[in-house]
Ligand binder design. Structure first.
Ligand code: DX5
Ligand code: ZN
Length: 212
């Protein structure tokens, strides 16, 4: 069964509690996009917003770090109650030690990577992480168009995970909607992140249900 993780980047920040309740009632995880304006050309939100969401979240929180030097903030995210933490392969000098640090702080560890990173580049780290976050748009902004080559990338990863008998989940992030959700699940995705498809929909609960 695929899990649905609404991205709070597309939430209504003037009515954040309302959108938090939508996730609590209808979805599986909170996806929190952390952008530093350096690793990606955009700045999202930081600890005050994460803490506000945490205070009302009844579902696990999944933070996606699009920042340089992610290792500097691992402990701090653990303290906010984050359950799953991912950092970009392109932003880590020593991925194994970052994954180890995330684990030592009691969180599930994930490796994220952009559409121009060959999937084979994460193969050496599959044993050290709990999930991989396959970007289906270039990290940095919500509301972008889904990149179709993602299906093949997910299939390749899934085959490698199964071949090695690992329990590594595949999360897909960017341009996900009811239009491509079924095909992504069929390709091997376990977690689907969706921002605009959920929060810009006239009925967010129905959008989540349609993706399932
Ligand atoms: C993009 C973020 C995504 C984004 C998804 O850098 O990682 O999580 O918020 O938004 P949509 O679903 O609108 O593409
Ligand atoms: Zn994300």
């Amino acid at each position: 069964m695929v899990q649905i993780a609404p991205s709070m980047l597309s939430a209504d920040f003037l009515h954040l509690e309302h959108d938090v309740e939508t996730v609590n009632s209808h979805a599986d995880l909170f996806h929190l996009d952390i952008m530093d304006g350096v690793f990606v050309p955009n700045i999202s939100y930081g600890f005050p917003v994460v803490e506000a969401i945490a205070s009302k979240a009844a579902r696990p929180m999944d933070a996606h770090l699009m920042i340089v030097h992610p290792e500097k903030y691992v402990e701090r995210f653990a303290k906010t109650g984050i359950a799953m933490l991912s950092a970009h392969l392109e932003a880590m000098e020593a991925p194994l030690s970052v994954m180890g640090l995330i684990h030592s702080c009691g969180m599930k560890a994930g490796i994220a990577f952009n559409p121009d990173v060959p999937v084979e580049r994460v193969f050496p780290y599959l044993e050290s992480c709990d999930f991989v976050l396959v970007m289906s748009v270039f990290a940095g902004f919500g509301g972008q168009k889904f990149i179709e080559t993602t299906y093949e990338r997910v299939r390749t990863l899934k085959m490698e995970i199964l071949r090695r008998g690992l329990d590594v989940k595949i999360e897909v992030d960017g341009g996900v909607s009811p239009v491509n959700a079924a095909a992504l699940a069929e390709a091997g995705a376990d977690i689907l992140v969706a921002g605009s498809a959920v929060f810009k929909a006239s009925d967010p609960a129905a959008a989540v249900a349609a993706m399932r």
